[in-house]
Design a protein around this ligand. Structure first.
Ligand code: Z5A
Length: 214
């Protein structure tokens, strides 16, 4: 489905672990609902029954995967998610708010694990041709903030990676945002109400621009 034929809009939240994506995804949905939009909220990896089973495999700290296996499983989960959740919702005129999508694969598997970007590009073109977010809010936090916010939980496989991995992932997101105009970077290390206000501004601006286009 290309952008011209879809009726809804697709918004993603991206950024390193603990950046506040899940918290802000709910707020984005609330802003859109206040504008009268029907909103579907979802996340990756996951979003479908098979996607959730693959999520358990991908996040299992006891069973590390080869980077290639990890990349292919991310796209397997995504293929199901796009076909069964994202595209049907967009076709029905709903807005989709998704916690992570393919930008995460570029940052984690590409910059973090060293998978070639051209291979990720090829898998993206194979898995979701024409289905890219209209707006991406990338919450940027330094590794120290991620660590601090994750202190009270049991860490999954990704969260046990070292600081070097997280620096590469973070830089990967920021560099990708420099090339992709749909990505808006927001400093997620600030107080919650400040970050929420910045997210609200970005979403309101996007809705205003669309309304102005008719
Ligand atoms: N992954 C991948 O490698 N490749 C891919 O293609 C995809 C994913 C799609 C998913 O796990 C993992 O999969 C992820 C990347 C990898 N790596 N890890 N781990 P996940 O869904 O469990 O992890 P996550 O996406 O990073 O979610 P998260 O750790 O829960 O972070 P978050 O959603 O960004 O943050 P949050 O849950 O909203 O907030 C975290 C805590 O901070 C919470 O207590 C909040 O109340 C608090 N918080 C939030 N904002 C603030 C502010 N502004 N100030 C203070 N405290 C705050």
């Amino acid at each position: 489905m290309d952008r011209a034929t879809r009726r809804g809009r697709f918004i993603t939240l991206e950024g390193p672990d603990g950046a506040g994506k899940t918290t802000q995804a709910e707020r984005v949905a609330g802003i859109l609902r206040a504008h009268g939009k029907e909103v579907v909220t979802t996340r990756e990896p996951g979003g479908t029954a098979l996607g959730n089973r693959l999520r358990q495999v991908l996040l299992d700290a006891e069973t590390p995967l080869q980077p290639t296996t990890e990349t292919l499983l991310m796209f397997a989960a995504r293929a199901e998610h796009v076909a069964h959740v994202i595209e049907p919702a967009l076709a029905a005129g709903h807005w989709v708010v998704c916690d992570r999508f393919t930008d995460s694969t570029f940052a984690y598997q590409g910059d973090g694990r060293g998978i070639a970007k051209r291979d990720i590009e090829a898998l993206a073109a194979f898995t979701h041709p024409g289905c890219w977010p209209d707006l991406t809010l990338c919450l940027d936090v330094p590794p120290a903030t991620s660590t601090e916010r994750m202190q009270e939980r049991t860490l999954d496989g990704f969260e046990r990676e070292d600081g070097g991995f997280y620096r590469r992932v973070r830089e990967g997101f920021v560099k990708r945002a420099e090339r992709e105009t749909r990505i808006v970077v927001i400093d997620g290390s600030r107080a919650l109400d400040v970050v929420t206000a910045a997210v609200q501004d970005a979403v309101e601006e996007f809705v205003r621009r669309l309304d102005a286009q008719g």
